[in-house]
Design a protein around this ligand. Structure first.
Ligand SMILES: Cc1ncc(COP(=O)(O)OP(=O)(O)O)c(N)n1
Ligand SMILES: Cc1ncsc1CCOP(=O)(O)O
Length: 527
């Protein structure tokens, strides 16, 4: 047998049976009605049947499941699953361990595991689980839990999904929740537990089907709600796939992929030089790292974009930065500023002040602290209405990026869990929020600097009026490559390898497909 013989797993509407809810003679008819209504997975759960009767019921249920092409799993009892040739088992934390079940069932059967927390989820994945079921989300009369058991609630499932999205082994692991679910609450459960990167793959129910007068109709209703719920969390972003900025960003990536290889001159810090050079190469640029004042005129003159990063300053470098910036300005070459640690020392502050005074930047990219430090520089005249200093709320960060964009005329990229990009469009300042990325980026040094490099590469092939799109393209490329890398990573080192591989293979359609970009309405309260 090959692994392709494994049944397809669709957790959308997962019926867990309970023969106590229907007269014995109606059990199979109820299950069949549910199958006709569109149940996508079936679990035979019998807590009090003798083994022989259990096995008979499993055989009869399996025949029905086969008729409708839906896999049948057996709750707890690996022996029964093996005896009747069912499609797999669902195991709780007190049952046979998933590793042994997998060893006995082989690779082509399905193993599901109930988990209460992220640690159990990791263990289940390592032991060969195909999907996870959470412990009860809500109280239910169907299952008696041990004293002291507290249902996960919406918050608990939301946290689990958020943690899974960040875990290499779990980012793509299917997951379903169970307990007290019905047509009234599953829409909200699906929507309120989801994050942009991970949502429930479906719901598991007992009484919402088994205890209904018409199991077929009840199932069909659940199927419709789950289908709609599976689309909903990303709907706002799907609409954005048509967004002009995302399309323009994809167009810029297409230019890089078509062999336009912009030379991107970097004056950047020692820590990131090699990584930034590789990132530029992988996305389709041609990196050059040159710092000597004597060659600034020539080097910047050849370049399609200039990246200035103040991470490891020295007197000669500052002189070179100012010279390169001026040469770039004279020749219409876009200049990207990465004001690393801008507020940390007086030296950095003064350098940034000089750079902003003497060079016109196309894009300024920094975290909230760095952008705030620039906004507070004398002479910039940044006007911040309604925002207190030290306020790190999304509202404050939006205001900060907009104010610096207004004061400098640059596209301002303010990075964070959500990245905000503000830019002038004629007279108006516009802001977009980008929600791609991964917390794993924070486990490597210099990923922010690498984003500036990517922006530089895109700016190198962008027209004058496409600089916001270049910034969006750089930030999206980094965020999406990171998301694609997470499932392949075992730790920070393999994450880095996968990240660079994905920067190398990223295609314009990946940007459109995965982009989570939305327009921020002015005055929008992000909290
Ligand atoms: C899909 C699904 N999720 C969770 C459970 C609960 O399993 P478990 O914790 O083993 O409890 P019992 O079902 O054995 O009472 C499940 N059965 N199915
Ligand atoms: C098996 C199980 N595990 C956790 S809750 C539960 C029963 C869910 O039943 P219902 O869908 O009727 O609330």
């Amino acid at each position: 047998m090959t692994p392709s013989n494994k049944p397809q797993l669709d957790l959308s509407v997962y019926l867990v049976t309970d023969s106590r809810m229907v007269p014995e003679a109606e059990f199979l008819a109820t299950v069949e009605a549910a199958l006709q209504g569109g149940v996508t997975l079936l679990q035979l759960r019998e807590k009090s049947l003798d083994t022989a009767i259990f096995a008979d019921r499993a055989r009869a249920t399996l025949a029905l499941a086969r008729k409708y092409g839906v896999p049948l799993l057996i709750n707890d009892r690996l022996d029964v699953a093996l005896a009747v040739g069912a499609d797999g088992v669902h195991l709780g934390q007190d049952d046979l361990d998933a590793h042994t079940a997998r060893a006995l069932l082989g690779p082509n059967k399905i193993v599901g595991v109930t988990v209460h927390n992220i640690a159990q989820a990791v263990a289940a994945a390592e032991n060969g689980a195909d999907y996870l079921g959470t412990c009860a989300i809500f109280d239910t009369a169907t299952k008696v839990h041990p004293d002291g058991f507290v249902p996960l609630g919406i918050e608990g499932v939301r946290t689990l999904l958020a943690d899974m999205a960040e875990h290499p082994r779990l980012a793509k692991m299917p997951i379903v929740t169970i307990g007290g679910l019905n047509a009234e609450n599953i829409g909200a459960v699906m929507a309120e537990t989801a994050n942009p990167r991970k949502q429930l793959d479906g719901v598991a129910v007992v009484s919402a089907i088994m205890a209904q007068p018409d199991a077929r109709e009840a199932t069909a209703e659940l199927v419709d709600i789950v289908k709609a719920g599976k689309l909903a969390p990303n709907a706002q972003y799907v609409a954005n796939a048509d967004d002009a900025l995302v399309q323009a960003a994809a167009h810029l990536l297409a230019k890089l992929r078509s062999g336009q290889t912009p030379l991107v001159h970097h004056l950047t810090n020692f820590v990131v030089m090699n990584d930034n050079a590789n990132a530029a190469l992988h996305i389709g640029g041609s990196p050059v790292m040159a710092h000597a004042v004597q060659e600034m005129n020539d080097m910047t003159g050849f370049a399609s974009a200039l990246v200035i990063n103040v991470g490891t300053l020295s007197e000669h470098w500052i002189e070179a930065m100012l010279l390169a910036g001026k040469v770039a300005n004279e020749r219409g070459i876009p200049v990207i500023l990465d004001p690393v640690g801008a507020g940390a020392t007086a030296y950095r502050r003064e350098t940034c002040e000089r750079l902003l005074r003497e060079v016109q930047f196309a894009v300024i990219k920094g975290n909230a602290g760095e952008i705030a430090a620039l906004a507070n520089l004398p002479g910039l005249d940044v006007e911040m209405r309604g925002v207190d200093s030290g306020d790190s709320s999304p509202k404050a960060r939006i205001a900060l990026s907009r104010a610096l964009a207004q004061a400098t005329g640059a596209v301002v990229v303010l990075t964070g869990a959500t990245d905000f990009i503000s830019y002038t469009d004629g007279d108006e300042i516009k802001t977009v929020a980008l929600e791609n990325g991964s917390a794993w980026l924070g486990k490597l040094t210099g990923t922010g600097c690498t984003t500036a490099t990517l922006v530089g590469c895109f700016a190198g092939v962008a027209e004058l009026d496409q600089r916001a799109a270049a910034a969006v393209a750089g930030v999206l490329s980094m965020g999406i490559a990171a998301e694609l890398a997470v499932p392949e990573a075992k730790g920070p080192a393999s994450f880095k390898v996968a990240l660079f591989d994905h920067l190398y293979t990223l295609q314009p359609e990946d940007l459109v497909k995965h982009a989570r970009v939305r327009v921020v309405e002015v005055g929008e309260d992000e909290e």
